[in-house]
Design a protein around this ligand. Structure first.
Ligand SMILES: Cc1cc2nc3c(=O)[nH]c(=O)nc-3n(C[C@H](O)[C@H](O)[C@H](O)COP(=O)(O)O)c2cc1C
Length: 158
C-alpha cells in the first residue's frame, strides 16, 4: 500500500504533451465523457474504455481552482466557446498542462454535446498559470472560511 509521501511525490511527475498531435474529448451535456482520441488516452494514462461514460472531472487536478470550471460552465450555458489553461491529473497521479478550447457540438442547429481540443503549453506559461492558480485557490479557501455565530437562548437547552 502507498503511503502519503509516495502519493505526493507522484504528483510532481509531469507528462509533456506532444506538439504535433491533437488531444480531443467529447462529453454529453452534463460533462460525462462520450469520446476520447488515442492521444487523449495516452496523455492521461487511461485506456479509452476506462474514460467513456465517466464524468470529465475524473482527470481534475486538485491544483485547479473551482472558479475556472464555474467560468467554463457559465460560458457553455451561454453557448460561448471557452478557452483556458488546465492542469490535469493522470491515472498514475502525475500531471500534464494543456491549453483547451471547449465548445458546443451542434446537430441540425441543436446543441447535442460538448467538445474539447487541446494543445501544449510553453514552459514559462505553465509557471505563470501555476502561480496564478495557487493564488486563486488560496483566495477561494479564504472566502469559504466564514464562521456563522448564532446566539442560543439558554432556556432552549435543558
Ligand atoms: C468538453 C469538456 C471537456 C472538459 N475537459 C476537462 C479537462 O480536461 N479537465 C478537467 O479537469 N475538467 C474538464 N472539464 C470540466 C469538467 O466537466 C468539470 O467541470 C471539472 O473537472 C471540475 O469538476 P467539478 O465540476 O466536479 O468540480 C471539461 C468539460 C467539458 C464539457
Amino acid at each position: 500500500m502507498k503511503n502519503s509521501v509516495d502519493m505526493s511525490f507522484d504528483m510532481f511527475i509531469e507528462t509533456e504533451v506532444p506538439k504535433d498531435e491533437l488531444i480531443i474529448s467529447r462529453t454529453d451535456l452534463t460533462g460525462n465523457i462520450t469520446y476520447v482520441n488515442e492521444t487523449f488516452a495516452q496523455i492521461s494514462g487511461y485506456k479509452p474504455e476506462e474514460l467513456i461514460g465517466k464524468p470529465h472531472n475524473v482527470i481534475r487536478h486538485p491544483d485547479m481552482p473551482k472558479s475556472v470550471f464555474s467560468g467554463l460552465w457559465k460560458s457553455l450555458e451561454n453557448e460561448k466557446t471557452w478557452s483556458g489553461y488546465v492542469k490535469n491529473l493522470r491515472k498514475d497521479r502525475g500531471y500534464y498542462w494543456v491549453h483547451a478550447q471547449i465548445s458546443g457540438v451542434y446537430k441540425e442547429g441543436k446543441l447535442v454535446e460538448y467538445k474539447s481540443i487541446r494543445e501544449p503549453v510553453e514552459p514559462a506559461k505553465k509557471i505563470e498559470m501555476q502561480n496564478m492558480y495557487d493564488k486563486m485557490r488560496k483566495e477561494e479557501e479564504n472566502s469559504c472560511r466564514i464562521v456563522l455565530y448564532t446566539s442560543c437562548e439558554k432556556d432552549e437547552f435543558p
